[in-house]
Design a protein around this ligand. Sequence first.
Ligand SMILES: O=C(O)c1ccccc1NCC(=O)[C@H](O)[C@H](O)COP(=O)(O)O
Length: 214
Amino acid sequence: MGATVKICGLSDAQHVKAAVSAGARYLGFVFFPKSPRNVSIERAAKLMVDVPVGVAKVALVVNADDALLDRITSETLVDMVQLHGSESPERVAQVKARYGLPVMKAIGIAGPEDVAQIERYAGVADQLLIDAKAPKGADLPGGNGIAFDWRLVQRKYWPCPWMLAGGLAPDNVAEAIRLTGAKQVDVSSGVESAPGIKDDRLIAAFCAAAHAAN
Ligand SMILES: O=C(O)c1ccccc1NCC(=O)[C@H](O)[C@H](O)COP(=O)(O)O
């Protein structure tokens, strides 16, 4: 059966092409200046033009205000917004209403108390990104290459689609899918040769492993 793949943190045409060729169905573009994967709106706009129909272009933001989202949504061909900060369920609803785009809300998981938070968003977000919680004091709220205990979300049911993320890589994604039952997976660091530098071969290997998993 296999899982659908999102490759996050793309910032150049070569790796966009590699992700599309490998069969990724979501491409993430990070608009967060502290990130090594940050892209300008102008650059993202150019990268999104050549993405084929059927592959979703996801704009990742962290506690973004309307001014930033107004620019991203009007100047690029973005298909979905990923909220990766401490946005409330009300903010998720506002973003959906204002831009008419589907919203994916990221939830950081470290323990059972975080899993309980998922319920607050499951009725309002179009998708959930169930990710590892960033360590205290980390510069980035995501993209840290850290896994959480997958048993915390094993065979859970939520009333909206969800994606598993956090520390996934070509050599552990099949096991993560098997254990959690995830139908969608997201990766950033695990397909990089250095922070922010994607690797075509790792992208292909990750997609192949996720697609073959059951
Ligand atoms: O990737 C980033 O640099 C980033 C920066 C700020 C907020 C979120 C970020 N990434 C979020 C993602 O969707 C990552 O793909 C996800 O956290 C998994 O990352 P990784 O563990 O590195 O595969």
